[in-house]
Design a protein around this ligand. Structure first.
Ligand code: NG6
Ligand code: CA
Length: 512
């Protein structure tokens, strides 16, 4: 009798032991939208665009009201998502130019290498914008490495930068897809010949006119940032990008369905140039900006159909997020402003892309894992930078002390577990190293302006051109729009937050 009891106790202890509690290895799909603001989805209050598929994700999972990306531009957010490290800690993490070398060095621990280490198949499909190649930049006609495959992704199918930057080609693993060696691809930042047509010399031939920048080489009737020649057989049509991401993803998921897999589905919607497929044009009341949201919503629906068809929806954690807040005119005259009506792309928040106001980084954030994540709304503070540590914790991947130094394990909050807390603070930044900062702690928000100018003067932020005190404090509980600086009323809070921000920056890490 006693022996039996002892055995049972032992068995119980084994079951409860954290070492033996089985790591969960669901498939993981991270869907990142480009330039999508807090208010751009119908499940976050939009009415001039309908997003039934993403709304369904939200209805079946957790919809976060304090979900963030780490920066208000693309490259630093993506850098932080993959490395779990604030981009302001590293030089060269600002918006990457067309010929940028690889920004994340091989050997850096990433969300992909962590998951690979515990047996996941890993892929990135869609926009990259984190540079390719060694210190001299991409060898467009040769091997494009290092790139995603050198930092943990087993497969990549990429748009190398953003689609308003040259070139318009796909990169599959280490090569430009369909490149004819007889028509080599050249990419540069100087006009290659006097008669090279550009958005300035051939402006009247464009199918979408530019408003600022974006007036160099023309492809598909749209002039871009930067110049290129050759590679004609490899070039894609902007209208077909979303279909291609979905086709490639479906194929890849299907052939990896018998393993745990991690797919980073990196959409280009709704970044400029906003050229959704013809079948989505006119499908929102917001012009091409909203039509691109409809297109992304379709992509999400297709991916979810694939999970259902393969019977793996209940074994797949899906995270939907964005890389920075919204922008209206980002360089092309695509009608975004004219069609905006009463749409609030940043929801109740101020600022947007390029800004450290909440609108720059507080973005849609949804987690769904059918049968595992309860349905509901979460007000916990979570950020894209936390996925590395959270997924490591979930899957049993070993996170070394010096890796992913700003990524917090907020798995419980991401999975909607009762009482599970998110972060206690988050640093927000605009672009690269040496810009402006935000710090969110509870209902307080500290802004620190090291640069008096927002990056892009076209952006509607009170900071553009204004001379602003270096530190400002806001109470988000009654002022989500960050309109009333209360620093003088709350000197103690300001002192505490200023010290915390200084500490996070100077410590070189923030993960406990
Ligand atoms: C800016 C571009 C903008 C966009 C942005 C990057 C100009 C005038 N503006 O420099 O159009 O491409 O970079 O966007 O060229 S992001 O979402 O990839 O960060
Ligand atoms: Ca972006």
């Amino acid at each position: 009798m006693i022996l039996r009891r002892l055995c049972l106790m032992l068995l119980g202890a084994l079951f409860l032991s954290p070492v033996l509690s089985a790591a969960e290895k669901p498939n993981i799909i991270v869907i990142m939208a480009d330039d999508m603001g807090y208010g751009d989805l119908s499940c976050y209050g939009a009415t001039r665009v309908k997003t039934p598929n993403i709304d369904r994700l939200a209805a079946e999972g957790q919809r976060f009201t304090s979900g963030y990306c780490s920066a208000s531009t693309c490259t630093p957010t993506r850098y932080s998502l993959l490395t779990g490290t604030y981009a302001f800690r590293r030089k060269g993490t600002g918006i990457a130019p067309p010929n940028s070398p690889a920004i994340i060095q091989p050997g850096t621990e990433t969300i992909a290498s962590l998951l690979q280490s515990v047996g996941y198949r890993t892929a990135v499909i869609g926009k990259w914008h984190l540079g390719l190649g060694g210190p001299n930049g991409p060898d467009w006609n040769g091997e494009l490495k290092p790139g995603p495959r050198e930092i943990g992704f087993g497969f990549n199918f990429l748009l190398p930068t953003t689609n308003d930057r040259v070139p318009q080609v796909y990169v599959q693993n280490h090569r430009v897809l369909n490149l004819d060696p007889k028509d080599p691809l050249w990419v540069g930042d100087r006009k290659p010949s006097d008669d090279h047509p550009t958005g300035i010399t051939h402006r009247d031939t464009l199918k979408m006119d530019w408003s600022h920048g974006h007036n160099s080489t023309i492809h598909n009737g749209i002039s871009r940032i930067g110049f290129y020649t050759g590679g004609h057989a490899a070039r894609f049509r902007d209208e077909d990008l979303a279909d291609e991401w979905v086709n490639q993803s479906n194929k890849w998921i299907e052939s990896n369905k018998d393993n745990p897999f991690f797919l980073f589905f990196s959409s280009h919607d709704l970044h400029v140039p906003r050229i959704p497929h013809e079948r989505f044009q006119g499908k929102s009341l917001l012009g091409f900006r909203g039509d691109s949201i409809v297109q992304l919503d379709w992509c999400v629906g297709e991916l979810m159909k694939t999970l259902d068809r393969l019977g793996i929806a209940e074994n797949t954690l899906v995270v939907f997020c964005s890389d920075n807040g919204p922008v209206m005119d980002d360089g092309y005259k695509d009608g975004a402003l004219e069609n905006n009506g009463d749409h609030k792309a940043a929801g109740p928040f101020s600022g947007g892309k390029y800004s450290v106001l909440e609108g720059g980084t507080r973005t849609p954030f949804i987690t769904r894992w059918k049968g595992r994540v309860p349905a509901g709304q979460s007000d916990e503070l979570v950020c894209t930078i936390d996925m590395a540590a959270s997924f490591a914790a979930m899957t049993g991947a070993k996170l070394k002390d010096d890796a992913c130094v700003d990524s917090f394990n907020v798995l419980g909050a991401m999975l909607g577990e009762k009482g599970a807390a998110g972060r206690d603070h988050l640093v927000q930044q605009d672009n690269g190293k040496g810009g402006n900062y935000g710090l969110r702690v509870g209902h307080w928000k500290l802004q620190r302006h090291d640069s008096k100018q927002a990056r892009n003067v076209k952006v509607n932020t009170p900071l553009a051109n204004a001379s602003v005190a270096r530190y400002r404090l806001f109470d988000l509980s009654n002022d989500p729009g960050e309109k009333k600086n209360v620093l003088d009323e709350h000197p103690e809070v300001a002192k505490r937050l200023t010290a915390l921000l200084d500490k996070v920056i100077s410590d070189g890490r923030s993960r406990p």
